[in-house]
Write a protein that binds this ligand. Structure first.
Ligand code: MN
Ligand code: MN
Length: 462
């Protein structure tokens, strides 16, 4: 008969901090991986920038742009640039697509402040942009932080110009004001959700009036500066996609440098994990597919979102090339919906069920389900689907944990998982645990980033 120690060891789970489990060599690889990830984050703050980055890197590695009717032979590398806002990449496997594909799907849009179509105005000799926030934000977090302007403008002459202001060390930054504490008696009595309202998220663009007569001389000066740099006239804002987001680079955090702070880890931390691992595989058995989706933060609808038929167009063409029915491919495919979850934060312990919550440095977090109020909106992975991932990750030696977003009835969230599962693709959620998710600066652990990349690789090769 076993004693209790032996019984405990053979019967009970004993999860361990990832730092107790990785070798010195893995630690070195982890640091190298995170340096690459930091560069990616500095270059990519919007879905357009991430898509452009993926296209550039795919081109370098011999991926071919998708064309209708193209071939799909084992070893071929193909990408589908969906209107510069989302992208799907595939490395064709040695097995037929009739046997399915191994898909990893992340998103590359993040919460931010989108510039309104008629945005530029002057009030009290200060020029501003009006904005409308995109995705779930706590509005009070956005005033008094350095902001940058990113996007594209379709000009009157039909040319498209790319705008980036606030990222170069010599650039000015933009800012939203907050009320001084001395006069904030009324504001401080409001609930957090009302302390700063949506129509107060007006971005300061300038204060110097042009020398001259008439109204709006500060606004006119700002417009002139935009005209000098980008050839813009005010009407061009009507056909623009400009967004305001936190300025600055991805930084190491903590005296031990174990964490990374950046804008938009959600979900570029998983997007990068998918890309970096896809670029490292050659001739997989099953076709490996990497998706960087847009519009997840607002429900995945629209032409560049995961509900869009562009994915059928892409996968259908690959299947046609192998005389396979798309339905058969989907029915046998597996998808890792690679998206972040929350990391347990002792400052807000009461919002979580600690036994089922992801923890920093315990590796990539698998979520059986997301959703809210009785799992509403969740795709809820089956025992078999969870078992498949468990086996794949364990065989590859990936450090992983369970992560469920918050305690019951505390709130919730969603991912692209349900839209993949609706396509008859077995889908499981997994990703990097995040502290301060959706804040202007989010925190992740280097170890979890690295293990998420290893998880994507294990799934591509499963
Ligand atoms: Mn996400
Ligand atoms: Mn999100």
């Amino acid at each position: 008969m076993m004693n209790t120690d032996e019984l405990r060891e053979s019967l009970l789970m004993a999860s361990k901090n990832g730092y107790a489990r990785i070798s010195p060599e893995e630690r070195e690889e982890m640091n190298a991986y995170c340096r690459r990830y930091m560069d990616f984050m500095d270059a990519c703050k919007t879905e357009r920038e991430a898509t452009a980055w993926a296209v550039r890197e795919a081109d370098k590695r011999g991926f071919k742009p998708f064309t209708p009717g193209m071939e799909a032979k084992p070893g071929d590398k193909i990408y589908y640039n969906n209107r510069n806002k989302s992208i799907a990449l595939a490395v064709i496997g040695t097995e037929s697509l009739a046997k399915g594909a191994n898909i990893c799907a992340a998103h590359v849009d993040s919460p931010r402040l989108d510039v309104k179509p008629n945005p530029l105005y002057e009030d009290s000799q200060i020029a501003y942009f009006k904005t409308h926030y995109y995705g779930g934000v706590k509005k009070y977090q956005w005033p008094t932080v350095p902001l940058a302007l990113h996007g594209v403008v379709y000009r009157k002459d039909g040319s498209v110009v790319t705008v980036t202001i606030g990222e170069d060390d010599n650039d000015p930054v933009l800012m939203i004001s907050d009320l001084l504490i001395h006069l904030a008696g009324d504001q401080m009595q409001k609930p957090l959700a009302k302390g700063i309202e949506g129509e107060q998220l007006n971005v300061i663009l300038g204060t110097e009036p042009l020398d001259g007569e008439g109204a709006d001389l500060v606004k006119l000066n700002v417009m002139q500066l935009l005209h000098e740099k980008y050839g813009l006239i005010e009407e061009d804002f009507l056909s623009a996609e400009l967004t305001v987001l936190p300025a600055g680079k991805c930084r190491e955090v903590g005296l031990d440098r174990s964490l990374l702070a950046a804008y938009g880890h959600d979900d570029r931390v998983c997007a990068y994990a998918e890309l970096d691992s896809l670029f490292a595989i050659e001739n997989p058995a099953k076709t490996a597919v990497c998706i960087l989706a847009d519009r997840e933060e607002v429900g995945s609808m629209g032409i560049s979102g995961m509900q869009s038929h562009y994915f059928e167009h892409f996968m259908g063409t690959l299947c046609d090339a192998q005389n396979v029915k798309l339905e058969d491919c989907f029915a046998n495919a597996f998808c890792l919906s690679a998206d972040v979850t929350n990391a347990f934060d002792p400052n807000f312990a009461e919002t979580c069920d600690k036994r089922n919550n992801a923890q920093l440095n315990y590796g990539v977090a698998l979520s059986k389900y997301t959703g809210s109020r009785g799992k509403s909106g969740a795709s809820d992975a089956s025992a078999e689907a969870m078992g498949h991932v468990r086996t794949a990750l364990d065989s590859a030696g990936v450090i992983w944990q369970i992560g469920i977003l918050g305690k019951v009835d505390q709130g919730g969230g969603g991912t692209v998982a349900a839209y993949m599962a609706n396509r008859n693709i077995v889908t499981v959620d997994a990703g990097v645990p995040v502290i301060s998710m959706h804040a202007p600066m989010e925190l992740v652990s280097k170890l979890d980033c690295y293990e998420t990349m290893r998880a994507c690789k294990a799934i591509y090769l499963a």
